[in-house]
Design a protein around this ligand. Structure first.
Ligand code: SF4
Length: 219
């Protein structure tokens, strides 16, 4: 494309945006759902809870499957269970869980049981380290099947690990993409920061608030 053609195209896009058109980046869901995976939630949960496909099965106490409304409009996706989740078997408990609940109830005006919450990885990593690509690629078909079954309109990724593994845009810093509305299959994906990061950096809560107000505007 010549420079003149690029300039014309840019001008056209600006004109259309002034007329109310919106543009979103687009990602296609990366990875594939295994045809062997169950097509109903209860069977999928049972399969995941009996999963020994990667080495994390040797160190976990509990598999932590997703929780919430199985037909939710909004789906939150975190990184992996931490110590308290591994011990309880429930997702986002403790102080990080309080942050998630506050976001849902006080900002979005929903109840926690109205949304669906899950993680990229279903088992805790040793010392809560960042999951490896191999661990995520082994576990990710479960997540993709959850997304397929819930069929959410909005997906909120919590933190860089969640965003990077879902989009496979590993070189995109979370700071440059958080709060953006991105097309992801049939859903809109909005990346934001991780609740565990907010526990260490409470001043970043205002950025998450901005991101969540954007989510609210799409409900
Ligand atoms: S992390 Fe995922 S793939 Fe690995 S054992 Fe747990 S459920 Fe299976």
């Amino acid at each position: 494309m010549t420079q003149i053609e690029k300039t014309r195209l840019l001008k056209l896009l600006y004109q259309q945006r002034a007329m109310g058109f919106e543009y979103f980046k687009e990602y296609k869901p990366v990875g594939s759902i295994s045809p062997m995976l169950p097509k109903d939630f209860d069977s999928l949960e049972n399969s995941v809870k009996g999963c020994y496909l990667c080495n994390l099965s040797k160190v976990r106490k509990n598999v932590v499957f997703g929780e919430g409304n199985k037909r939710a409009k909004v789906m939150f996706i975190g990184e992996a269970p931490k110590t308290s989740e591994d011990e309880s078997g429930n997702i986002f408990v403790g102080l990080a869980g309080d942050i998630v609940t506050n976001i849902i109830e006080k900002v979005l005006g929903l109840k926690r049981e109205d949304v669906y919450i899950t993680n990229i990885l279903k088992c805790r990593t040793p010392e809560n380290r960042v999951p490896t690509i191999e661990e995520v690629s082994t576990c990710k078909p479960y997540l993709l099947q959850e997304i397929e079954l819930v069929n959410p309109e909005i997906i909120v990724t919590l933190g860089s690990t969640s965003f990077h593994h879902l989009s496979e845009e590993y070189d995109t810093p979370i700071a440059s993409v958080r709060g953006e509305v991105i097309s992801f299959g049939t859903a809109k994906l909005i990346p934001t920061l991780c609740p565990y990061f907010l526990l260490r950096n409470p001043s970043s809560k205002k950025e998450v608030l901005q991101d969540m107000l954007k989510v609210k505007s799409l409900l």
